[in-house]
Design a protein around this ligand. Structure first.
Ligand SMILES: Nc1ncnc2c1ncn2[C@@H]1O[C@H](COP(=O)(O)OP(=O)(O)O)[C@@H](O)[C@H]1O
Ligand SMILES: [Mg+2]
Length: 524
């Protein structure tokens, strides 16, 4: 355990916290931590399997229910003659299935209050559980102890321990092996690292840089099992995006850094944090996220859905977010895709406390991030964005994506006609672009899809005219979402975002945008 965990644990005890909650499943290590900080003589344990239990040798003292156990501990004073009885610390393990019982909740609250108000009652409760579940009624008595993932020194230690236990020839494991293995072991708990090293050693009886592949495969499995992130497999690459030249060049440059990250860091290059795209719906923002993972040497693309993280219990949502970010770090190098981030964080600053806390946690994680997790966030609406998101130090760059200009529309047509295997057909792309002003990429895709369908039914081949016919009957986004688009353009100007296109297409003229910008500012 690192020093920070030990000292925060000590501090929680010193400031008289009635309940300390440790969310971890590595019970052996947590026992070590408790023994290390408190000693083991004055600790008693309860768990669902063995009831009241001797903390040191794990023998069952009495198979009693949690309610009976707590009741007896609630009513017993701690006599002055024995200031350190064997039960001044109570460790409750895996009580998530019992904690909703009204009697359990009440007892935990009563014991907490007694600890706070009654000098004769010196009893601290430590909950150790693989899940976070804190009912509302006891929330105010609970302090969460965060178990950091092992740092480089601790991982080194774990490797050395494994080599020693397995009596493995130390000279065979070179410094180079260690250096190469280190990144793949980062971002996992000590428990997981132990398992990985066990597996690596048992698969071929040795430990070397060659075990990296196996470890990475295992890590992907971990992501799947976690349930808070989705691993996206996508065929898209940067050539399937039409237009947005500036953005594409930018991403290519970043991918150059990611391709040689260790060298880049050694050279003194800052690890890219991430990019944020704001813009009209259907203009390829999600598409860019997918293409970026491919461009970055096919690193995993992890999609984070903030909505699905919201839990019912105190601390659960934050726990899920922490878990997701931890896993992303474990899977690094990777792209962490947060789609439509405004939906998640629109309640920030209002009376949604949980959201505000989660947002704060996310921002500080972004700010301090040193791992190779490239964050790719997108938003369809710039109006509801919390201003903190736009400040320097979070994303490296914020791009706005406009509707495609004529040249870009030509390219998007080319992409989608190409996807239908019709690149060889002579098409007047300029004509198509001219006929589709105000269309977004998704509109163009649907025009091609419909044109393909009509051609199939009419038994003809795709042609400029057949596409034009469909385009004329299509209601583009700039007609169906006129106001939304105009408002967004004003916001682009107001925020001074970087344009994703060389010559961005604007629905409103510069003068009109300025006029509305001023009107907005006067309103505020
Ligand atoms: N610039 C583009 N180049 C090629 N196809 C595009 C482009 N923009 C949008 N599309 C098409 O429209 C679909 C929807 O785009 P998407 O990336 O989901 O938009 P957004 O996330 O901006 O709302 C994409 O799957 C793609 O087929
Ligand atoms: Mg999208």
């Amino acid at each position: 355990m690192n020093k920070r965990i030990i000292s925060s644990f000590q501090k929680m005890i010193d400031v008289n916290s009635p309940i300390i909650y440790i969310n971890d499943y590595d019970f052996v290590r947590i026992d070590e931590l408790i023994a290390n900080v408190i000693g083991s003589k004055n600790v008693i344990e309860w768990n669902p399997a063995t009831g009241s239990t001797n903390f040191i040798n794990k023998t069952s003292l009495a198979e009693i229910s949690l309610v009976d156990f707590l009741q007896s501990k609630y009513t017993q004073e701690i006599p002055k003659s024995a200031p350190n009885p064997e039960d001044s610390f109570i460790v409750l393990k895996e009580i998530q299935d019992y904690i909703d019982d009204p009697k359990v909740k009440t007892l935990l609250a009563l014991m907490s209050q007694r600890k706070l108000y009654d000098r004769k009652y010196e009893r601290t409760i430590i909950i150790v559980s693989s899940v976070i579940k804190v009912p509302h009624e006891i929330e105010k008595y609970v302090s969460f102890l965060e178990i950091d993932l092992p740092d480089q020194a601790e991982i080194d230690n774990l490797i050395d321990q494994h080599i020693a236990i397995n009596k493995y020839d130390k000279t065979k494991f070179t410094e180079e092996d260690r250096e190469k293995l280190m990144p793949s072991l980062k971002g996992m708990s000590a428990f997981e690292i132990d398992r990985m090293l066990d597996m690596a050693m048992s698969s071929n009886g040795s430990l070397s840089a060659d075990d990296r592949e196996m470890i990475l495969v295992q890590k992907k499995q971990m992501v799947k099992k976690s349930g808070v992130l989705e691993l996206i497999d996508t065929p898209e690459n940067i050539d399937s995006i039409g237009g947005v030249e500036i953005l594409k060049q930018y991403l290519k440059k970043k991918s150059g850094v990611y391709a040689k990250l260790p060298e880049a860091i050694k050279f003194g290059v800052a690890i890219p944090k991430g990019v944020f795209l704001v813009g009209m719906p259907g203009c390829g923002k999600s598409l860019c996220a997918k293409a970026t993972a491919a461009q970055f040497n096919n690193v995993p693309l992890l999609k984070m859905d903030m909505g699905s993280m919201m839990g019912k219990y105190v601390g659960e949502s934050e726990g899920n977010l922490r878990k997701a970010l931890r896993i992303a770090e474990a899977a690094a190098p990777c792209v962490l895709w947060i789609d439509e981030i405004e939906k998640a964080f629109s309640g920030v600053g209002g009376n949604n406390d949980i959201m505000t806390r989660m947002f704060g946690y996310f921002l500080s994680w972004m700010q301090e991030k040193k791992s190779a997790v490239y964050v790719f966030a997108t938003a369809n609406n710039a109006d509801k964005l919390p201003p903190e998101l736009k400040r320097k130090g979070r994303f490296d760059e914020i791009f706005c994506v406009n509707l495609p200009n004529a040249k870009e529309r030509e390219e998007i047509f080319k992409v989608h006609i190409g996807k239908k295997g019709r690149s060889a057909i002579r098409i007047d792309y300029k004509k198509l672009a001219d006929a589709t002003e105000g269309f977004n990429g998704a509109d163009i895709e649907s025009v091609i899809n419909e044109a393909m369908e009509s051609c199939f039914l009419d038994e003809t081949e795709l042609s400029t005219d057949s596409i034009l016919r469909v385009a004329r009957d299509t209601k583009s986004i700039s007609k169906s979402c006129k106001n939304q688009i105009e408002d967004m353009e004003v916001l682009f100007d107001e925020n001074d975002f970087t344009n994703a296109s060389q010559n961005p297409y604007w629905v409103l003229s510069k003068e009109e945008r300025n006029k509305r910008k001023k009107a907005r500012q006067q309103k505020v």
